[in-house]
Design a protein around this ligand. Structure first.
Ligand SMILES: Nc1ncnc2c1ncn2[C@@H]1O[C@H](COP(=O)(O)OP(=O)(O)O)[C@@H](O)[C@H]1O
Ligand SMILES: [Mg+2]
Length: 255
């Protein structure tokens, strides 16, 4: 079975950038799951999933609640319908990675029943990949409710703020409360740390794997909607993410 990795942290710390750069280096085949309502992973990889006719998971769950939708599926039981629609409509496939986006319709009604049905689908799908990378928002509730409670490694991306530091304890507590099982909690400093502030993270309770270096090209590429996979291997940001993956003991592709 493949390794399941979650990248989390406060908004704007660099979670999605980390996930996109990890996509550049982790051994194939790769499955990416975007469960952040911010939904920027596809953008950072230069992909327009709607244009590719791929739908988000919440879109299909939303449509399933509407009368008269998917009539062609007849009397198929709901779990089978969801399974079928997920597999036929929600997986974006490409040479470097496959991508599933959960979508943004969190607030429009209760998805509790279908959500629980979803929990079996992604873990099963992830068995066919070397790595499954999940880009998650700061809380881990969505992860637990919608995707899985079994994770290998959590990467917490920190910015140099007290709030971010407090987030470390919060994540550990939350994981325990909602029942997420994980093997390692890795800490990563984002590009805004300097040598002095980095010392604070080194001394913290958790496995510190290093800092994602600053690269102005990351901002340029993001602004232009250009894929971070095209960032040259000599990019400090790309190189540091590759080193972090090696320190975590992952199989990376040669450069
Ligand atoms: N290593 C880096 N060097 C320069 N800019 C970065 C780097 N990492 C992230 N950024 C910038 O920071 C912003 C937030 O990053 P993002 O990955 O979207 O954060 P999050 O997913 O945590 O909200 C983006 O505009 C991105 O361009
Ligand atoms: Mg993000």
């Amino acid at each position: 079975m493949g390794t399941r990795i979650v990248s989390t942290g406060r908004g704007g710390t660099g979670k999605t950038t980390f996930t996109a750069l990890a996509t550049k280096y982790l051994e194939h085949p790769l499955l990416l799951i975007d469960i952040d309502p911010d939904q920027s992973l596809a953008d950072m990889l230069g992909v327009d999933i709607a244009k590719a006719d791929v739908r988000t998971v919440l879109d299909i769950l939303y449509d399933l609640q509407k009368k008269g939708s998917y009539e062609e599926l007849g009397t198929m039981p709901l779990p089978e319908k969801i399974d079928y629609l997920f597999n036929t409509e929600c997986i974006y496939e490409s040479k470097n990675f496959d991508l599933v986006s959960l979508g943004v319709k969190w607030t429009e009604g209760c998805y509790c029943a279908p959500n629980n049905l979803l929990r079996g689908i992604i873990p099963r799908l992830s068995q066919s990949y070397s790595y499954t990378l999940i880009d998650a928002p700061a809380g881990l509730e969505h992860l637990n409710r919608n995707v899985t409670s079994d994770i290998d490694d959590i990467f917490l991306v920190l910015d140099p703020s007290l709030k971010s530091m407090k987030n470390i304890e919060r994540i550990q507590k939350l994981a325990q409360e909602v029942g997420i099982r994980y093997k390692n909690l890795y800490l990563i400093a984002n590009y805004r740390f300097n040598e002095e502030t980095e010392e604070t993270v080194r001394g913290l309770n958790g496995s510190y794997l290093g800092k994602v270096a600053y690269d102005a090209r990351v901002e340029e590429y993001n602004l232009a909607g250009k894929s971070l996979l095209e960032l040259p291997d000599d990019s400090p940001a790309a190189q540091s993410v590759r080193q972090i993956l090696i320190r975590a003991g992952y199989r990376v592709r040669p450069v």
